[in-house]
Design a protein around this ligand. Sequence first.
Ligand code: NAD
Ligand code: UDP
Length: 362
Amino acid sequence: MKLLILGCGGFVGSHLLDRLLSRSDVEVEGWDPEVSKIAKHVGNPRFTFHQAPCIDGVELRRLEERLAWADALINLAAICNPAQYNTRPLDVIRTNLFDSYPIVEACARANKWLVYFSTSEVYGRTLSSYTQTEVDDPGLYELREDQTPLIMGPVSNQRWTYACAKQMMERIIYAHHATSGMPFTIIRPLNFFGPRMDYIPRSDGDGIPRVLACFMAALLRGDPIKLVDGGEARRTIVAIEEAVEAIVSMLDRPLKAQNRIFNIGNRNNEVTMRRLAEMMREIYAEITEDPAYSDHPIIDVSSETFYGPGYEDCDRRMPDLTHAHTLLDWHPRRNLREILLPTMRDYHARYANATHLDDTAR
Ligand code: NAD
Ligand code: UDP
């Protein structure tokens, strides 16, 4: 299998490379301006790496030439950090829409299989978030790839720049398929968790990362865990290693995976952000063997204070996984504790000393 991967140096890309390069029948050529998470693969004879963004110009021409060699192109490249959707809206739209657009055009010209990483945020908010009634009808909250309407908040709530750009990309990809037959697979990830997700602020990055790294940073630094708008938002969480198995299953079964959209998540691991914070501090007490972490402070903050104006949350993401079950024979099994324990151990091992050191140095 010969693959081109854009964004191979990020969280998902680094785990996907671990898995793909463990197989002797896979060759990968990848692009990413970031190398730190995949440094161990650089130099592997089955991996050609371009430490650069794949955008207009020389890298895009190179990619277009390499399409003839490849069986598929996987596009992971994105800005996908909610703290940036309302604070860097033009960068978010440019990266997720305009920089991705020529990649799709190139795949369409070459009639090459495009595996595109979209997001569950294309669903926006659930129908149930607009009703005042007690919700027991799954049709009001369950996310079905081919049926559920896509509902986003107003333009002034710039949180939706990312979701809107990703949704537009899905529609462009679908239009190319419908017009010229370009094979495609669209993946809608639902909160993959695992080691190497984002960064720890003031240690190896700046700003606000996604929730796993936010809560980890608070535990590592002794800062309070912050719950946005009461911590009532719900997410379903799946292990990155299991999500990668779903992707590999797609690559191994093109006839089943092509020309479809897949939710990839674990509906058994639904949790509110408040409960997630409570679980993480309990698990961290276990990892550090320090029972005081069980009472680590959790405080409430408004989304306006935390993210700035224009934030609006996705209330709930409950995926219908019928496609993934029946076409890919994919059944994620790890429960939330089984995901958090090794993930948090990994963060602890990599950052506990470093964060204390750089705090003392300040
Ligand atoms: P990430 O931010 O860790 O990785 C994205 C990578 O893309 C980064 O390393 C970045 O440097 C790179 N990149 C950006 N522009 C590029 C360009 N023009 N050319 C080459 N590389 C470029 O994000 P991730 O968590 O690995 O997510 C991967 C994909 O999955 C993204 O498209 C994201 O929208 C989607 N997704 C992920 C999740 C999740 O739970 N991780 C959830 C929803 C959607
Ligand atoms: N969140 C939180 N505290 C934080 C960071 C995030 O309560 O320190 C909440 C955020 O408001 C959202 C959820 O956690 O409801 C998930 O946020 P994440 O950044 O992981 O992105 P999302 O799942 O929305 O794409």
